[in-house]
Design a protein around this ligand. Structure first.
Ligand code: BDR
Ligand code: CA
Length: 329
């Protein structure tokens, strides 16, 4: 039997974080060693509550949740409750879970786990504050990290917080900059260029409803608010679910492709704050610190996602997804 891939997920749940955790927890190839929470979409306390809710629905309350940084390194904290709702889960008001394992000190957990193993992947789907703090405390631990997959930034795509900046890097540009400057492990930058192509549409929701009404009812509850936001903000029918793409990539790296490059995060105040600047043509002759993803097979992603989360038959998905995702006449 293949060994399970060890992973720690650092997140700010958040609607799409919730879906990313759900996908990871429903993937038998992964050994989710812990979940660390950072201030981002919602304050840390709410993020912890939301992580416990997904652990409960997947029956995995044995996995520990660690509270982390309450605010960005330097910049004042701005949540994304306008996008994700006051409770971070689209105002779905799922009951709080009281019997989970909640601990403090996310960065310490990250470093200890990395130190004690040599094959742990860290998936970071919130602002990079916890990761930067952990690296500042013990960079040696990160030399043992197998891979760092970060949802954040944008290469050719426009921003979602400013014309050029994506939320996770914009929320804490100093942390993102620190991580890109100091990470001993190549960062997979899963930016808006690829995540914008991952859209949960009403048709996909209807497919889930037909095949698994219980799962559909949870997804419907948490995404209604997100659907409305996307319509108001970008005239998108449906919602972009950025974060699960990082988990899918760990399961199947072929879902995305891109190129290696040096990336720097802009910490200047002003319009460029939080922008990920990709030196595609190597003007500065720096070694690559990132793999910047530019292409995604969104059907392949959706097939994996729906099969794992809603247990929809792979044959049926092969038959129906190209048509409902608009890639077939
Ligand atoms: C990222 O920001 C958050 O709002 C989402 O959870 C995702 O991680 C997208 O810009
Ligand atoms: Ca997130």
């Amino acid at each position: 039997m293949n060994k399970r891939k060890k992973v720690v997920i650092d997140c700010d749940p958040g609607i799409d974080d919730f879906l990313a955790l759900w996908l990871a927890l429903r993937s038998p190839e992964l050994d989710v060693m812990g979940i660390t929470i950072v201030a981002g979409n919602v304050p840390v306390e709410q993020g912890v509550k939301n992580a416990l809710k997904v652990l409960k629905i997947t029956n995995r309350l044995d996995i520990p949740v660690y509270a982390g940084a309450q605010k960005p390194l330097k910049k004042p904290y701005i949540s994304a409750q306008d996008t994700h709702g006051e409770d971070g889960l689209g105002e779905s008001d799922f009951e709080d879970v009281t019997n989970g394992i909640c601990r403090q000190n996310a960065s310490e957990f990250l470093n200890k786990t990395l130190m004690a193993n040599s094959d742990v992947t860290v998936i970071a789907i919130g602002p990079l504050t916890n990761i930067a703090i952990a690296m500042q405390k013990d960079i040696q631990a990160w030399k043992k990290c197998k891979a760092l997959i970060s949802m954040g930034g944008a290469f050719k795509s426009y921003g979602n917080c400013s014309p050029v900046a994506e939320y996770n890097y914009w929320c804490d540009p100093d942390a993102a900059s620190y991580v890109y400057k100091h990470s001993p492990v190549l960062i997979t930058m899963v930016g808006l260029d690829v995540t914008r192509k991952i859209v949960l549409t009403p048709n996909i929701l209807e497919l889930i409803q037909q095949e698994n009404s219980e799962v559909a009812s949870v997804i419907r509850k948490i995404t209604r608010f997100y659907f409305d936001f996307h319509w108001k903000q970008e005239k998108v029918i449906g919602c972009v679910i950025n974060d699960p793409l990082t988990v899918a990539l760990l399961l199947d790296p072929e879902i995305c492709s891109g190129f290696k490059s040096y990336v720097q995060i802009n910490t200047d105040s002003g319009i460029g704050n939080g922008q990920s600047i990709v030196d595609e043509k190597s003007f500065y002759h720096h070694d690559a610190n990132a793999k910047v993803l530019t292409q995604v097979d969104s059907i392949k992603f959706m097939k994996l996602f729906l099969n794992r989360i809603a247990e929809i038959d792979l044959g049926l998905l092969d038959q129906i997804l190209p048509a409902i995702m608009g890639e077939k006449d």
